[in-house]
Design a protein. Structure first.
Ligand code: ADP
Length: 545
C-alpha cells in the first residue's frame, strides 16, 4: 500500500520561493568587489534570480547544462545558486585559487557552457578563456560602469555584463518542476593527488542536507540569526549556508573579497552577525586582529570551524577571551559536506569547563542522516570506545555514490564511502579525527596521530602554525618531525617546544625534532599541504637517526 501524501519533489527553487514569500524583507548584505556595501532582501534576490534564469535561457543554457562561477561570497553569486539550479541547469562553483591549468582541466571536464566571474578574477579569465573548449559566454559579475575597458574586453571571447543581462529580462519566470534526483551543482575535490574529481549533488541531496544542517544539534540556524559564511561559496557550497539562509529566513552577510581580520571584524559588528563558519586558518587572522586591538564581539555567539582540525587552543581563545562558542564540525566535498558536528549531550550538563573543552576538541557526533563506522586493516568494523583508531567510513543520502563521469570507478566498499580519514569514536559516538590516511606517521608499525601533536604545539604561545610530518628513520621507518611557524616577534627553542609535549602524550609520540620555517604551504581551501612539506623534508636527517 502506498502512502497518500502529496508528491512534491525536493527542489532548490522551493527554497527561494519560500524565502520570498515568508521572509521577503529579511536582508542580504554584501561587501562588493566594487568596494562598497550592498544591501538587498530576499524579495529582491528572488526577483533577480528569476531575471537571471530568463537570461540564462536566452543564452541557450538548457536542462542539465553546466554554468560555472569564479566568484567570492556575494548576492550575485547567491542569485546564481538559485537561477542556475532552479532552472534545471547545474551550478559548477570553481575554486579561483586553483592553478590556471587545473581550472582549464575542470572547465573542460565539466563541459561548462557559461562562466560567470567577479572582476577580481579578470586576469585569471584572460589567462584561461581561450584555452577552454566548451565555454560560449563569459559573464562579468558587475555593472556597465565597472566593465573592463574595450581593449581588455576584446581579449575575452563573448564577454557579457551581469547587470545588463538582469536588466534586460522580465522577473516573471516559472520555476520548472522535475525529478528531485536531477543534478543541481558540481564541485571538484582539490585533488591533492591526481586530477580533481567532480562531486555531483542533486536537488534532493541538497535539500536533505539543508534540513539536517539547520537542526539544533547541528548548526542550529533560525530566522533570528545573522549568518556570515567566511567559507567560500566555491568550497562545497559554503557548507550549505546559502541554502540554509533561504530555508530559515536568516539574514545573510557576505564578505566578498574582504577576508582579512579587520574587514571581517567590521562586518561582524556593523551587521550584527550571530553565526559564522570557516576553516581554522581564516580564524587565525581574525583572532590576531581582535587580540592586537583589544576588541570584543557584541553579537557573535557561535562559529563553525571545520575543513581541518580546529586546534583546542583556538576553541579556548574564542571561548575564554571572546565569549564565542566554537562548533567543531567535520565533513568533506563528497559529503555535501556536513558529517559530524560537536554539540553536547544531556549527560555533559554537569561537566566542568576543562572537561567540556575536551569534548569540544572532538569532531563530534553525526547529524541525523549520516551513519559512520571505523574499520581495521582487514575492513572489519571496530568497536567504539577504545583509544584505537581505524579508517572512517560513512553512508547517507547526501554522500557520494560515484564521481562525475564515473571518474576513478566505484568509490564505495559494501555501500560505504571510505573517507580517507583515520579516526576513533568514543562510547558516546563522538568521532575524533587523528589523521588523514596519507598523512599518518608509522613508527615501528604503530600509528602516531599527527593532529594530536599539532594541537599540542598550537597551544604554545609562540607558535602560529604547526605541521607534523613523517621523517625517515633507519630503525623505526618513520618518526614525527614538527615543522613550526613562529608568531611574529615570538621566541622559542627546539628544546622548549619538545619539553612542552612532556606529560601531554605517550613519551614515544614526542617528535624527534623541530624545524622552524617562514611559512607552511596552504592549499586552495586554506589547508596545510603536508604532501608538499614531506617533499621538502624528504632528505631530512633526524638527530635520532
Ligand atoms: P580537499 O581538502 O581534499 O579539497 P575537502 O575540503 O572535502 O577536500 O576536505 C575534506 C577533508 O578535510 C576531510 O576528509 C578531512 O581530512 C579534513 N577535515 C575536514 N574537517 C575536519 C576537521 N574538523 N578536523 C580534521 N579534519 C577535517
Amino acid at each position: 500500500m502506498q502512502g497518500q501524501m502529496m508528491q512534491q519533489p525536493l527542489l532548490i527553487s522551493n527554497l527561494i520561493v519560500h524565502a520570498e514569500r515568508h521572509h521577503a524583507g529579511r536582508e542580504v548584505v554584501s561587501r562588493r568587489v566594487e568596494g562598497d556595501i550592498h544591501r538587498s532582501t530576499y524579495k529582491e534576490l528572488a526577483s533577480r534570480s528569476r531575471r537571471m534564469a530568463n537570461a540564462l535561457a536566452a543564452l541557450g543554457v538548457g536542462f542539465g547544462d553546466r554554468v560555472a562561477t569564479l566568484a567570492w561570497n556575494g548576492y550575485r553569486h547567491m542569485e546564481l545558486y538559485y537561477a542556475v539550479s532552479g532552472s534545471g541547469a547545474v551550478l559548477h562553483t570553481v575554486n579561483p585559487r586553483l592553478h590556471p591549468d587545473q581550472i582549464v582541466y575542470i572547465a573542460d571536464h565539466a563541459e561548462d557552457k557559461v562562466l560567470c566571474f567577479d572582476m577580481t578574477f579578470l586576469p585569471l579569465i584572460q589567462a584561461v578563456a581561450r584555452r577552454t573548449r566548451t565555454i560560449k559566454h563569459f559573464v562579468a559579475m558587475t555593472d556597465r560602469a565597472h566593465m573592463p575597458a574595450p581593449e581588455v574586453a576584446a581579449t575575452i571571447p563573448n564577454l557579457l555584463c551581469y547587470e545588463d543581462l538582469v536588466a534586460a529580462q522580465d522577473d516573471r519566470f516559472e520555476w520548472p518542476n522535475f525529478d528531485e534526483n536531477t543534478a543541481s551543482s558540481l564541485c571538484y575535490t582539490s585533488g591533492t593527488t591526481g586530477n580533481p574529481k567532480g562531486v555531483l549533488y542533486s536537488h534532493r541531496s541538497t535539500l536533505l542536507h539543508t534540513f539536517a544542517i539547520v537542526m539544533p544539534d547541528a548548526l542550529s540556524c533560525s530566522e533570528r540569526d545573522v549568518i556570515l559564511p567566511v567559507v567560500p561559496m566555491f568550497h562545497v557550497n559554503a557548507w550549505g549556508l546559502p541554502y540554509a539562509g533561504c530555508m530559515t529566513g536568516a539574514k545573510m552577510v557576505f564578505p566578498g573579497p574582504g577576508l582579512d581580520g579587520k574587514s571581517l571584524y567590521e562586518l561582524f559588528e556593523s551587521e550584527g552577525v550571530t553565526l559564522s563558519a570557516g576553516v581554522p586558518t581564516v580564524w587565525q587572522g581574525l583572532l590576531a586582529h581582535v587580540e592586537a586591538n583589544n576588541l570584543k564581539f557584541s553579537t557573535m555567539k557561535r562559529t563553525v570551524i571545520g575543513g581541518s582540525a580546529c586546534p583546542p587552543a583556538m576553541i579556548r581563545a574564542f571561548g575564554e577571551k571572546l565569549g564565542v562558542h566554537v562548533l567543531h564540525a567535520w565533513g568533506m566535498t563528497e559529503m555535501s559536506p556536513l558529517g559530524t558536528c560537536c554539540t553536547f549531550k544531556a549527560k555533559h550538563a554537569g561537566l566542568g569547563q576543562e572537561e567540556r573543552y575536551a569534548v569540544m576538541a572532538k569532531q563530534g557526533r553525526v547529524v541525523y542522516g549520516v551513519d559512520m563506522k571505523i574499520v581495521d586493516d582487514q575492513g572489519a568494523e571496530m568497536a567504539w570506545g577504545s583509544e584505537t583508531s581505524g579508517d572512517l567510513y560513512v553512508r547517507g543520502p547526501w554522500i557520494i555514490g560515484s564521481y562525475f563521469k564515473d571518474e576513478g570507478g566505484n568509490p564505495l566498499i559494501d555501500g560505504w564511502f571510505p573517507t580517507g580519514d583515520v579516526a576513533r569514536i568514543d562510547a558516546d559516538g563522538y568521532m575524533q579525527i587523528t589523521d588523514r590516511s596519507k598523512d599518518v606517521i608509522k613508527s615501528g608499525g604503530e600509528w602516531i596521530g599527527s593532529i594530536d601533536l599539532e594541537n599540542i604545539a598550537m597551544a604554545h604561545p609562540a607558535v602560529a602554525m604547526a605541521a607534523c610530518i613523517a621523517a625517515k628513520h633507519p630503525k623505526w621507518d618513520e618518526r614525527p618531525l614538527l615543522v613550526v611557524v613562529k608568531k611574529p616577534g615570538a621566541q622559542v627553542t627546539r628544546e622548549e617546544l619538545l619539553a612542552f609535549f612532556e606529560g601531554k602524550i605517550a613519551k614515544w609520540w614526542t617528535p624527534d625534532d623541530v624545524t622552524f620555517v617562514e611559512a607552511i604551504p596552504l592549499g586552495a581551501t586554506g589547508k596545510m599541504q603536508k604532501n608538499k612539506l614531506r617533499e621538502q623534508f624528504k632528505d631530512y636527517h633526524l638527530p635520532t637517526a
